[in-house]
Design a protein around this ligand. Structure first.
Ligand code: PEP
Ligand code: MN
Length: 353
């Protein structure tokens, strides 16, 4: 795959000439944006044809076919994705909350603790993909309404998963970031539909997806015109059975080399047990991830889903302060989300009033 980057200031007449020049030098020419073209063909030949074109910034040969997610010369190293007051990809971002929305008081209690700890966003699933059809599958739309209420009360942006293409619209209406779960990373219809929305998407790496497959999956979102995409490493299946999944932090380093999309880490689903979550979260920050999404619950033993790996909410402040050190080691900053609304337990009083 050859990618041609043009300067934003390229005049339409010059762009037309460039397109005409390369049209027959390769196959499958696509104009992704006015400044980004791609095609298959002989890199040297195409680069030579464009050598004297002043508005061509780069003619790059990609190792794989992901022109829109690839990190290219002339593009920023990371494209930040806004999430409430945070820009994922700038400062280190912490998204925390329960695996699933269980009821109003559970969600608002945890939301208050997430906000008080200085984390940046609340996570919780209203639609849950479960291995067994007999497990709790989430509250559905009433769960989305509770998430919207939690956002209203705390000011925290909310992140939730969509599992069915028929729910994309209603999910997009209620939340600030749509999560595509690991099991759906290769559900291309779902990706295409999420790509048509303009709500930021958090796309998790599939349980057995390679780095290339992950980047190609992100192209479905980007190709639909949704440019606000964050990737998430959450552990892959390997021969090792001592924990739930193998957290592939090497893949985070590789993704940071190859893509301009922010990359965060989910330490919870890899850990499978709460005692392992903090070390994996610190390792994620140290390896250069742009943030974490961590499961946390006020009463893990009573959680309806993934309780064993849920960090007690009382441990969140300590996680946040330890992350500051890991972030410093990695050369980046962690800014605590602040707000008077819930500091000192104000939200909990409002919940119970
Ligand atoms: C989740 O975030 O609760 C979840 C189901 O994650 P994953 O898709 O990574 O298993
Ligand atoms: Mn979970």
């Amino acid at each position: 795959m050859i990618v041609i980057m043009l300067s934003e200031a390229c005049a339409p007449v010059d762009r037309r000439r460039i397109i005409d020049t390369v049209q027959f030098a390769g196959t499958g020419l696509r104009v992704h944006t006015p400044a980004l073209l791609s095609l298959s063909g002989d890199h040297k030949k195409i680069a030579a044809l464009l050598a004297d074109e002043p508005c061509v910034l780069d003619v790059a040969k990609l190792p794989a076919a992901y022109p829109r997610s690839a990190r290219l010369k002339g593009r920023p190293r990371t494209t930040p994705v806004p999430l409430g007051n945070a820009d994922v990809g700038e400062d280190f971002t912490v998204i925390a909350g329960p695996c699933s929305v269980e009821n109003r008081s559970q969600l608002l209690t945890i939301a208050g603790a997430v906000k008080a700890a200085g984390a940046h966003a609340l996570r919780a699933g209203a639609f849950k993909p479960r291995t067994s059809p007999y497990s709790f599958h989430g509250l559905g739309v009433p769960g989305l309404r509770l998430l919207a209420e939690a956002r209203e009360l705390t000011g925290l942006p909310v992140v939730t998963e969509v599992v069915d293409v028929r729910d994309i619209e209603v999910v997009a209406e209620h939340v600030d970031m749509i999560q595509i779960g690991a099991r759906n990373m290769q559900n291309y219809t779902l990706l295409r539909e999420a790509g048509r929305t303009r709500v930021p998407v958090l796309m998790k790496r599939g349980l057995s997806a390679s780095v290339d497959e992950t980047l190609l999956a992100s192209e479905y979102l980007l190709d639909g015109g949704n440019e606000q995409v964050v990737l998430c490493e959450r552990g892959i299946r390997t021969f090792e059975s001592s924990y739930r999944f193998t957290l592939d932090l090497g893949a985070v380093a590789v993704l940071k080399e190859r893509t301009h999309l922010p990359v965060i880490v989910d330490p919870s689903h890899a850990a499978g047990a709460s005692g392992r979550v903090v070390p994996l979260a610190l390792a994620a920050a140290a390896v250069g991830a742009d943030g974490i999404i961590v499961e946390s619950h006020h009463d893990p033993a009573a959680a309806l889903c993934d309780g064993a790996q849920a960090l007690p909410v009382g441990d969140l402040p300590d996680l946040m302060s330890r992350l500051v050190h890991a972030c410093t080691a990695a050369g980046r900053s962690l800014r605590f989300e602040t707000g008077d609304q819930v500091r000192g337990g104000g939200l909990l009083d409002r919940v119970h009033s």
